[in-house]
Design a protein around this ligand. Structure first.
Ligand code: ADP
Ligand code: MG
Length: 348
């Protein structure tokens, strides 16, 4: 009997959990390395290792148990990923992570490919905001470590600059876009260069956190093609392996701008679990473990809603219809605004 493949996953949150569940379906073993001892992925993986992300004995054990290594979030120290990569292949490649961790490097990379982003500038002081007044009203964003709108400040005018801001970290200022819509493209690139992708997904945010995703996106064929082509161009330029998600803004003037890249499966892609023959998570496992490409077929239209904070209590004892699929991430602490679960509803 051939030895089954073992995939190492760094990070033990909901994305890691859903990845492990997909791996199990195709008989790939998963070993999760998490710096959170309560990481919910321990309920879904074959082996769970609790450790800091540094080269210690626990991490050596992790390496010894796996054939390939991937990660569920991009904010892992790149040095650590590079160290791991010397022992077992880390995919997507750590060099991509370096770019995706920094809004500045990411936008520069995308702009160099001739793809538009929002207008932006690097900000190191209140003075820098004054010299970039053309970007107001705008959003000041921490260059690194932001997610779900964390580290972001809306600046309608120079009066919104607070006297006590000390700019100890690096920021960018982005011009506020008059949004018509937001969409995302989830694309998979395999070792041999094969690419598969889903149709664009339409996303609605509330308070900068994803509230709803749906397919089909209400956009023209031209915009859909442009978004898919841009995502392909980005994946090819990185010689990417795995699932890559590209978030886009569509302006009121029908201009398509890249918002950000996620070198991984994405919250907006959760509906792919039920709406397609193969989910974003299975695609990722197949690509990083060098398994064969499977073509994507749509089963149904769908909507996905995130369940935040204490809202999860309303779902726990609910009965669901045949077309409703509820996921409880089994997180212990339902803080306000925290992603606790999601529900996908299949539509005709
Ligand atoms: P995060 O890393 O937190 O996901 P994003 O840059 O994607 O940060 O911002 C989160 C959301 O905030 C976006 O999906 C969008 O709804 C809104 N947003 C961010 N930047 C802009 C902008 N420049 N103009 C308009 N809306 C924006
Ligand atoms: Mg985002």
């Amino acid at each position: 009997m051939s030895k089954s493949i073992s995939l190492g996953v760094i990070g033990g949150g909901q994305l890691g959990s859903l990845l492990c569940a997909a791996a199990k379906k195709i008989e790939v073993n998963t070993v999760v390395l998490s710096d959170d001892k309560d990481g919910p992925a321990q309920n879904f993986c074959d082996h769970f290792i609790f450790s800091k992300y540094e080269f210690n004995q626990k991490v050596k054990e992790f390496i010894s148990k796996v054939d390939f290594i991937t990660y569920e979030f991009e904010n892992i120290p790149v040095d650590f990923l590079e160290q791991l990569d010397k022992e077992k292949k880390v995919l997507p490649y750590p060099k991509i992570n370096k770019i995706a961790q920094s809004r500045k490097l990411e936008k520069t990379f995308v702009n160099k490919l001739g793809i538009k982003t929002t207008d932006w500038a690097q900000i190191r002081s209140a003075e820098d905001i004054k010299t970039n007044q053309h970007l107001l009203p705008g959003i000041l964003k921490s260059n690194t470590l932001g997610y779900d709108g964390k580290g972001q400040f809306i600046l309608n005018s120079l009066d919104d600059i607070k006297q006590d801001w000390c700019f100890t970290s690096d920021y960018i200022l982005e011009k506020k876009v008059d949004l018509k819509k937001e969409i995302s493209v989830v694309i998979t690139r395999y070792f041999d260069g094969n690419i598969t992708h889903y149709e664009p997904i339409e996303n609605v945010h509330k308070n900068q956190i994803l509230y709803k995703s749906k397919i089909p996106a209400d956009i023209s064929n031209k915009i859909s093609e442009e978004a898919i082509n841009n995502a392909k161009k980005i994946a090819e330029n990185f010689s990417y392996v795995g699932v890559l998600t590209v978030e886009f803004f569509l302006t009121q003037k029908d201009e398509l701008l890249v918002n950000e890249l996620a070198p991984r499966f994405h919250n907006s892609g959760h509906l792919t679990i039920e709406a397609f023959n193969i989910s974003q998570f299975e695609n990722h496992v197949r690509a990083v473990c060098n398994l064969n490409t499977k073509s994507i077929e749509k089963i149904s239209n769908a909507e996905m809603y995130n369940i935040l904070g204490f809202e999860i209590q309303n779902y726990k004892n609910k009965t669901f219809k045949k077309n409703e699929f509820f996921y409880d991430y089994l997180k212990k602490d339902p803080r306000e605004g925290r992603k606790m679960g999601h529900i996908t509803i299949l539509k005709d």
